[in-house]
Design a protein. Sequence first.
Length: 171
Amino acid sequence: MSDGKAPLKLFLSHRASLIRYARRMTGDTDDAEDIVQEAWLRSTTGTAKLPAAEMMAYLRMTVRNLALNGIRRKRIEARLFEAERETEAIDIPSDLPDPEAAAISRDEYARIVAALHGMPDNMRTAVEMHRIGGEKLKDIAAHLGVSTTTAHTLVLNGIERCRTGTDRGPA
């Protein structure tokens, strides 16, 4: 979208349908309006350059996620703060992941680090610049002294190695 006001116009033209969508999930119009407003605020940081269809998909997904999170939060609050009983601190669930999830995360992290260390230098640099640094492929290509196509291939192959946990293969 070339016009800086186009995302706002698009949002305003679909606001009512987004509110209906959120209301179907939450059952509450006030909550639905809050959710749609929050989704819009979150979307303004990165969607200005998105095509209209992608922006609406992003907004709809954000509304859905916020609605589901709100529903979960209300269920937890209802369970924890019943009017007839006092809630003890031991009854409040921890924000920390359970030991199994923490162990799985540590294992996945270790596999990714091992895969990164096992990559050729150019591939590792390309993956780190793209995924960690957020650099564009043309900037990665310039930094490495390769074509943009080669930089793209390095990033794709590196990401695949991280997914599969392998530390060797074709460069």
